[in-house]
Design a protein. Structure first.
Length: 111
């Protein structure tokens, strides 16, 4: 039994894993909290395929424009989205390319 315990501790030590700093994990958790809303996930799903205005996203989510604006603001604050003016319209698009991988996981699990 002692031999096996020592063998296990040697194995664990030899598999050095690079851990993410706690500060970075806190930032990740905050961004994941922001994403953890059905309307925001729908918006991300749409924005992965094209750019949209607040009104278009609000209509797709069946919510009022001011609520869609708030969802977009939160995601933009985390660096997940960016916006660009085109004439009088403001279009949103994905700024974080890793959102595609996250949505792929969600779609495979729940789609």
């Amino acid at each position: 039994m002692i031999f096996k315990e020592n063998e296990m501790s040697i194995t664990k030590k030899s598999k050095k894993q690079k851990l993410i700093e706690l500060k970075s994990l806190e930032q990740a958790a905050e961004c994941l909290k922001v994403l953890a809303h059905p309307h925001r996930l729908r918006m991300v799903q749409m924005l992965l395929h094209d750019r949209y205005t607040v009104g278009e996203l609000a209509e797709a989510c069946k919510i009022q424009s001011h609520m869609a604006s708030e969802h977009l603001r939160l995601m933009q604050h985390c660096g997940l989205l960016s916006s660009q003016k085109d004439g009088r319209k403001n279009y949103y698009k994905i700024a974080e390319p890793h959102l595609k991988s996250i949505m792929d996981c969600i779609e495979k699990r729940f789609g």
